[in-house]
Ligand binder design. Structure first.
Ligand SMILES: NC(=O)c1ccc[n+]([C@@H]2O[C@H](COP(=O)([O-])OP(=O)(O)OC[C@H]3O[C@@H](n4cnc5c(N)ncnc54)[C@H](O)[C@@H]3O)[C@@H](O)[C@H]2O)c1
Length: 308
């Protein structure tokens, strides 16, 4: 499916913003991107260029990307505005209030928040029928899924147009019909992480064992067998029976684990401090990142929609 060139504005030139900009520019759209950090703005074209090289994409993507200094300049004339600023509700609310003052009335306004309900982010926007969530996954130029999240006020036409745009750039959008925290993907993912942390906290096994169990069993199957396909495969009756034995002992905490609080207090912040659940010397970090990149490239390849 092709689409005439659209004017796409991206707010935030970090990990997600630069990758989302790349996808649209590689597919032939005109992209403006801004970031309050002059350092990020200065580096964003170089960063996108390096990723295009890594993906083996040779086209005019960079020529279609305009890096601008202000939000007002960025959203002027936009048909779509996609916000990829830090995960901070008050910041995102301020951004969209500013966007609405400067963007055309017919522009569609989307947040790339990971978990915050879209209705809360758009609380100060008057034209709520033009707002929604587009939750991309990292790295956005490889992972196909984008969750398109509607609020109670989002118009059907806004959802349909956004799904059409995303399909035209080779993404695999899905519609999330209720604006729940974490949408679909992160609810599933963090339900698993909650239990993983509880197993370690309770001394059932160590962190490496949790990860080994997932990677050498159902983690590998998940790419071709979703949980509900799996439930049908084994039978809904067996699924019910398993749940009757295991549910009573699953973790049901409604706050983050005290085990995480302890790690944080000890400065065990993960890769960024060299230690987390496990120790992470720089060479092991680099090896894991390289393994992940190879795996995602082999699974998904570069963006499907490329224009000269
Ligand atoms: N990192 C992921 O895996 C991932 C995946 C999906 C969604 N997200 C979400 O995407 C958003 C961005 O995450 P990221 O990982 O790219 O973060 P990041 O820190 O790499 O980038 C955020 C950028 O936003 C800029 N910024 C700060 N204030 C801004 C403002 N007022 N207007 C515009 N830009 C501003 C920062 O300077 C920074 O360059 C967050 O909401 C995050 O939860 C992240």
């Amino acid at each position: 499916m092709t689409m005439a060139s659209q004017r796409i504005s991206i707010l935030g030139g970090g990990l997600m913003g630069h990758g989302i900009a790349l996808v649209f520019a590689a597919a032939g759209h005109a992209v403006k991107i801004t970031d309050p950090s002059a350092e990020v703005r200065d580096r964003v074209r170089e960063r996108i260029g390096a990723t295009l090289d890594d993906l083996g994409i040779v086209n005019a993507a960079l020529e279609r990307i305009d890096v601008v200094a202000t939000l007002e300049d960025c959203v002027a004339g936009a048909q779509w505005v996609i916000e990829a600023a830090p995960e901070d509700l008050a910041l995102k609310q301020r951004i969209f209030a500013d966007v609405e003052r400067s963007a055309p009335a017919e522009a569609i306004l989307a947040s790339n928040t990971s978990v915050i309900p879209i209705g809360r982010i758009m609380a100060n926007v008057a034209r709520k029928q033009r707002t929604l969530g587009t939750h991309w996954w990292n790295p956005p130029y490889l992972v196909p899924l984008v969750e398109v999240v509607r609020t109670a006020e989002t118009a059907d036409a806004t959802v349909a147009a956004t799904i059409g745009l995303l399909k035209s750039v080779g993404k695999a959008p899905v519609e999330v019909k209720k604006d729940v925290p974490g949408f679909v993907g992160n609810r599933l993912q963090h339900a698993l992480w909650r239990e993983a942390i509880a197993l370690v906290a309770e001394g059932v096994c160590d962190a490496k064992t949790v990860d080994d169990v997932v990677k050498s069993s159902f983690g590998a199957r998940l790419a071709v067998l979703g949980p509900l396909e799996n439930a049908d495969l084994v039978g809904t009756d067996l699924t019910r029976s398993i749940h009757s034995y295991v549910f009573p002992s699953l973790d049901r905490a409604t706050v983050p684990s005290p085990y995480l609080d302890r790690l944080i207090a000890e400065g065990r912040l993960g890769f960024k401090s060299g230690h987390g659940f496990s120790d992470w010397p720089p060479e092991q970090q680099a090896a894991l990142r390289a393994r992940l990149n190879r795996h995602l490239k082999a699974s998904f390849g570069p963006p499907a929609a490329i224009k000269e």
